[in-house]
Ligand binder design. Structure first.
Ligand SMILES: Nc1ncnc2c1ncn2[C@@H]1O[C@H](COP(=O)(O)OP(=O)(O)O)[C@@H](O)[C@H]1O
Ligand SMILES: [Mg+2]
Length: 269
């Protein structure tokens, strides 16, 4: 079977900076794949190219069998995307947010309400469907965003830091739903995370990115073992990507991520 995601020398430059450097990666259909690495490693830039929001500087990729350069419309129809920043509208209810997504993804009118009810139930949000999203907890918002991104039953789902800023209970709830989605729909999922326990728990395989390059690829157990006897994925992170500190080269990346998290926390609070 053709891979759900295949990148070939996928590269993105921002002036002198090579944010993603000749990435070659295959993700098989039905996999939950984790792209790991410090802030500034190039994870979000990779996702943005795969979802056709950002053109590559060179190289290419296919998603659900469609080339991102030549078939961007078909790619977009095959994917769901939950961005790193909050994307639900706090001034609308959960149901209204889902209706917006239903229109965005051109769901046929006749299917809309049934799909929305299904998605609400799947994500455990039925009883909160008509509440304004700004009254939701962070975990509920993330579940709603995933519900919005899966409404049209995409083949491939991209989740950029799906649990950043959530408390442990909310994170585990999101994990359960991600796992359920893969089991129920066979959805291929590519996610990024800073939490190694999350990656070890959810992902069949993970890849470490460091300064735009894929530096290690394998199951969490394989990569942990490569870091040494008795090591875990946290140790592997340090082993493959250096100190684990920011590598954006300046404080910008770090500041941006901190301010994002704060903003998220404030909006959620
Ligand atoms: N639009 C942009 N313009 C200039 N530099 C960018 C832009 N987007 C990302 N970068 C830079 O590219 C690098 C990779 O960023 P990103 O893909 O967001 O990393 P990650 O998601 O792994 O934290 C960083 O050094 C970041 O500052
Ligand atoms: Mg990112």
């Amino acid at each position: 079977m053709a891979p759900a995601i295949a990148t070939r020398e996928l590269t993105r430059r921002f002036d002198a900076l090579v944010a993603v450097n000749a990435l070659n990666l295959d993700v098989q259909a039905g996999e939950v794949f984790g792209l790991l690495g410090p802030n500034g490693a190039g994870k979000t830039t990779t996702i943005k190219m795969l979802i056709t929001l950002l053109p590559p500087s060179s190289g290419t990729a296919s998603v659900a069998g469609h080339d991102i350069l030549h078939e961007p419309r078909l790619v977009r129809r095959s994917i769901g995307y939950v961005p790193q920043l909050l994307s639900s509208d706090g001034a609308l209810s959960a149901r209204e947010n889902l209706m917006t997504s239903a229109r965005l993804y051109h769901l046929p009118g006749a299917d809309r309400s049934a799909r929305i009810e299904e998605a609400l139930e799947f994500m455990g949000l039925e009883s909160s469907a008509d509440r304004l999203v700004r009254t939701f907890s962070g975990g509920m918002i993330r579940r709603l965003e995933i519900a919005q991104a899966m409404l049209h039953r995409p083949e491939v789902l991209f989740l950029d830091e799906p649990t950043v800023g959530l408390d442990p209970t909310a994170r585990k709830a999101v994990w359960g739903h991600i796992r359920g989605l893969r089991e129920a729909e066979g959805t291929t999922i590519l996610l990024t995370t800073h939490y190694m326990d999350e990656a070890a728990e959810l992902c069949g395989r993970v890849g470490f990115m460091h300064l735009g390059k894929l530096v290690a690829l394998g199951t969490p157990a394989e990569l942990s073992a490569q870091a040494g006897p008795g090591k875990d994925l946290d140790d592997a992170f340090t082993y493959f990507t250096g100190s684990g500190l920011d590598e954006a080269g300046e404080q910008g990346g770090q500041f941006r991520d901190v301010s994002r998290t704060r903003r998220t926390a404030r909006r959620l609070g």
